[in-house]
Design a protein around this ligand. Structure first.
Ligand SMILES: Cc1ncc(C[n+]2csc(CCOP(=O)(O)OP(=O)(O)O)c2C)c(N)n1
Length: 552
């Protein structure tokens, strides 16, 4: 029998199809803890996650590996502060997450759950949602006497409607403990949008006429059906696919038309540029003045980005799957042009690119400290074809072999580092049969809260493999400074200020303290075998960390 809002919260989450709640509790969680002590809900798991940024990263990885939205439950203002970076990443990544935050009791006395600790005064704020509002699609509070089920159902529908993103609901303690309203109302997820027919005609016409069309996508293949459609479009019509800063695997890496991150440079050759779910489709190299640029995304104008100058002569609000499938259907009804010459040219470009990559790996083979290109090669050789790879400042994505959709994550444009370890745990929870590998920089490893992450891996028996590209520095920071001042003092400096991570800890020992498997690898010849050992341990539910020395 449901009596309290806390009990109703549990029942409603389950009814809404949420099965995981990554929880960092506080005094505000008492009514939920009491409800769970009364009855463990079937099909809904609350996990203790000892840091909020890890909880957000787990929800993020869980969704990205499975397509199923997860919830996090955090503590008032302070828990929200710790969760903020993860919320930013989810927002920019278009990842739905239900963020439930306790709220300090409103009442100072008189009700079950009224203020009883000193923090109940200090953790109050004038507007708890203010800190996250820019990054959430919706935020609200369960007010006294309000019906919880409709509120929650609508919040979840908003999060899951495109463009997807996080939503935030605050739950004051005595309201959670109060009797629940029986009012129910269901809200359905808004279906994705199909492209408007006129735009589609224009695009199909332009594509058939184009000499050098280019598809630029970062997340267009997130939906497995869209992944398949990208493959069909690119192979049948000889359309090269560039993947600048790809957050997803959008096209199998063995396909000729996959030009990866590097393909971004093709933008200067193209006369038709189709940008599909790519917030930053180009940097310095711009499309030619006469090139037609079409932006296709759930929100092709990226209204949540304050400044964005990537032009478009046509903006199409559409879901990638619906856009691609509609385009292919229309193209199928039109006369196909002869694309054999373009196909030949692109095959030659692809072959040159492949040759360059192989030569790079060959050169890297014996280099000490270990070269990240060799690390990528050894990973490819050791991992299974359907592994899920999380790449957080790990290796050049163009060197990774990724064959399937839902098999790759990298930081979204918000660039909030520290999600890799948690995303791997969330992905493993969602897909226990698949290998999950996080390749992270040493900086990213530390941002990822290793102790909470390794604790959680052990507690939930999540066998992930973490490979640290340990270059002893924040190389990206140093590189950015050097690039900005090529002729400055930095050009000849041996120590780049504010970028060293030495003396480096023995990272492999941190996982050992949490009953995991750790190894330090300095010899390139031993790397592949070490990765295999790490994967074997992970297969047995033992989290592994390989500390691969790639720098000073
Ligand atoms: C939360 C957060 N803090 C700071 C930064 C700025 N930042 C960008 S890259 C980087 C260095 C990351 O170091 P590492 O993971 O070791 O990768 P490397 O730069 O060595 O390739 C930093 C600190 C960030 N992106 N996110």
């Amino acid at each position: 029998m449901i009596q309290t809002n806390a009990q109703l919260l549990i029942a409603t989450l389950r009814a809404l199809g949420i099965s995981q709640v990554f929880t960092n509790a506080g005094t505000d969680t008492a009514p939920i803890i009491e409800a769970l002590a009364q009855q463990q809900p079937a099909g809904l798991e609350f996990h203790v996650v000892p840091h909020e940024n890890l909880a957000l990263a787990m929800a993020y990885g869980y969704y990205r590996a499975s397509g199923a939205m997860a919830a996090v439950l955090i503590h008032t203002t302070v828990g929200t502060a710790n969760a903020l970076m993860g919320i930013m990443n989810a927002s920019r990544d278009r990842t739905p997450v239900l963020v439930l935050a306790g709220r300090t009791p409103n009442t100072e006395s008189g009700q079950l759950g009224s203020r009883s600790a000193h923090i109940h005064w200090g953790q109050d704020s004038f507007d708890q949602g203010a800190g996250i509002r820019e990054w959430c699609k919706w935020d609200g509070e369960l007010r006294s006497g309000q019906a919880l089920a409709p509120l929650l159902s609508r919040a979840v529908a908003i999060a899951r409607s495109e463009p997807c993103g996080p939503v935030y609901l605050t739950l004051p303690r005595e309201v959670l403990a109060a009797p629940a309203s029986s009012e129910r109302a269901e809200f359905a997820v808004a279906n994705g949008s199909a492209p408007d027919p006129d735009s589609l005609q224009d695009i199909a016409g332009a594509l058939l006429k184009a000499e050098f069309p280019l598809l630029i996508t970062s997340a267009g293949g997130r939906d497995p059906a869209a992944f398949a459609a990208i493959e069909t479009l690119s192979s049948e019509y000889a359309v090269p696919v560039a993947q600048p800063f790809a957050t997803d695997s959008n096209l199998s890496s063995d396909k000729t038309m996959n030009f990866g991150m590097e393909g971004m440079n093709l933008v200067r050759e193209a006369d038709l540029v189709l940008v599909l779910e790519a917030a930053v489709p180009w940097l310095k190299e711009q499309p030619k003045a006469y090139a037609q640029v079409v932006q296709i995304a759930a929100d092709p104008l990226y209204a949540d980005y304050p400044v964005k100058g990537h032009r478009a002569s046509l903006s199409v609000a559409a879901t990638p799957r619906l856009f691609l499938q509609s385009l292919l259907a229309l193209l199928g009804s039109l006369q196909k042009p002869d694309v054999s010459q373009r196909r030949q040219l692109l095959a030659e470009l692809a072959a040159k690119r492949r040759k360059r990559q192989l030569a790079q790996v060959q050169r890297a083979k014996t280099i000490r400290p270990i070269d990240p290109a060799w690390l990528a090669h050894c990973l490819n050789a050791a991992k299974s074809a359907d592994s899920i790879v999380i790449n957080e400042m790990g290796v050049n994505p163009d060197l990774l072999e990724l064959r399937q959709p839902r098999s790759y994550l990298r930081e979204p444009t918000s660039g909030g580092l520290g999600f890799g370890l948690g995303a791997a745990l969330g992905a493993k929870l969602a897909q226990p049969q698949r290998q999950v590998i996080a390749i992270v920089g040493d900086g990213s490893y530390m941002f990822g809260n290793p102790t909470p992450a390794h604790f959680t891996a052990a507690a939930l028996k999540l066998g992930t493999l973490t490979v640290i590209n340990n270059n002893g520095s924040w190389k990206a920071v140093a590189d950015a400074a050097r690039a900005m001042y090529p002729n400055g003092a930095l050009a000849t400096a041996t120590d780049i200020p504010l970028s060293s991570l030495t003396p480096a800890p023995a990272y492999e020992k941190l996982i050992e303290a949490c009953d995991g498997h750790g190894e330090r690898i300095e010899n390139p010849a031993e790397l592949q075998a070490a990765i295999k050992r790490g994967l074997k341990a992970a297969d047995q539910g033992i989290a592994s960390v390989l500390n691969v020395i790639t720098g000073a």
